[in-house]
Ligand binder design. Structure first.
Ligand code: NDP
Length: 302
């Protein structure tokens, strides 16, 4: 049986609402998805996941996978469930679950990294070995990551974008940042405190860097592809449905573009939005100022 005839298993994390929910909804409707393909709708809360399934009309090929991506225990449990109930093989992992810090506390910064960076790293370590040949991982990042790196020291820019960066070195950059948030010394170590949601931006910059490392690491071991995607500024709970944001459906289209485009038309490890490759560091000063103003307005309303 060729791989195109096989049943495929696709996981979307944080899919009970927002952009993740739209991704599952569009996948259900895609002609590329066959009726025997399995879509795993990830939700940290079982009830919210069940409600989302019901909202989709409970299609027979969509199953709830309870998964809190910030918890090692929950990741281990979900990995076992994939092995036991779904044949232990995956084709596409969409790491969509993400949060913004709920306030300026160190606890909120830690929670943000636990979900947006460490959770994805751990989940990928568990699940990429289960990916079939030509499998894909999509890490849902944000242009906020590229914006954040525009404002950091040249030394940090060089470290985040180094083609030899290791996960250990990246973890160290993240830990140094979190310690600096705790001691109120982010400026001293080269970050700008001008961005109100700085821990969010740094978590997404780290995720974009992690994507490149994972693409490098895994392409040596097996034929899998890892991409980072920005869904664009979409109206969801994460930004309290901010004015000027686009429908979450378009965020899902941006993610699915990278799911469906042939790998020879994409750069393994790269960062995309709406099918267009984005830089790891924003270079356009006007766009940076515009984006900073938008984030400032957003954080004032939080
Ligand atoms: P929403 O807040 O609408 O949805 C976030 C989803 O992630 C929810 O299902 C939420 O579950 C889930 N989630 C949060 N933390 C965890 C966790 N620890 N474990 C499992 N699930 C979790 O936001 P969006 O749909 O907008 O965000 C989706 C992704 O897109 C995020 O990664 C975000 O950073 C990114 N993004 C969004 C942009 C936007 O403008 N909306 C712009 C750029 C990037 P629950 O309901 O239980 O809270």
């Amino acid at each position: 049986m060729s791989s195109t005839e096989q049943q495929r298993v696709i996981l979307v994390t944080g899919a009970n609402k927002g952009i993740g929910f739209e991704v599952v909804k569009q996948l259900v409707q895609q002609p590329l998805i066959k009726s025997n393909d399995i879509l795993l709708l990830g939700s940290r809360d079982a009830k919210r996941g069940q409600d989302a399934l019901a909202q989709l009309g409970s299609p027979s090929n969509v199953h709830l996978l309870q998964l809190d991506t910030s918890s090692d225990e929950s990741i281990a449990h979900a990995t076992d469930e994939i092995k036991q109930k779904y044949g232990g093989q995956l084709d596409i992992i969409i790491n969509n679950a993400g949060i913004v810090p709920k306030d300026k506390s160190i606890q909120a910064a830690r929670e943000t990294f636990a979900t947006n960076y460490y959770g994805i790293k751990t989940l990928n370590e568990n699940l990429i070995p289960l990916l079939r040949e030509n499998g894909r991982v999509i890490n849902v990042a944000s242009r906020a990551g590229a914006l954040t790196l525009h404002g950091v020291s040249k030394d940090l820019q060089q470290k985040y974008t180094s083609s030899t960066l290791t996960t250990e070195q990246l973890d160290r950059l993240v830990e140094d940042f979190i310690s600096a948030v705790e001691t109120n010394t982010v400026e001293k170590i080269g970050y700008t405190s001008e961005l109100p949601l700085l821990p969010y931006g740094v978590s997404k910059a780290a995720l974009i860097a992690l994507t490149q490392i994972e693409a490098r690491q895994w392409s040596n071991a097996k034929k899998v592809f890892v991409y980072a995607v920005c869904p664009g500024y979409c109206s969801t709970d994460i930004n309290r449905h901010a004015q000027g944001s686009r429908p979450p459906e378009l965020g899902a289209v941006s993610i699915l573009h990278v799911v469906n485009t042939p790998p020879d038309e994409l750069e393994n490890g790269a960062f995309y939005q709406d099918g267009i490759r984005l830089p790891q560091i924003y270079a356009d000063d006007d766009k940076v100022r515009e984006a900073i103003e938008r984030i400032k307005k957003l954080s004032l309303s939080m």
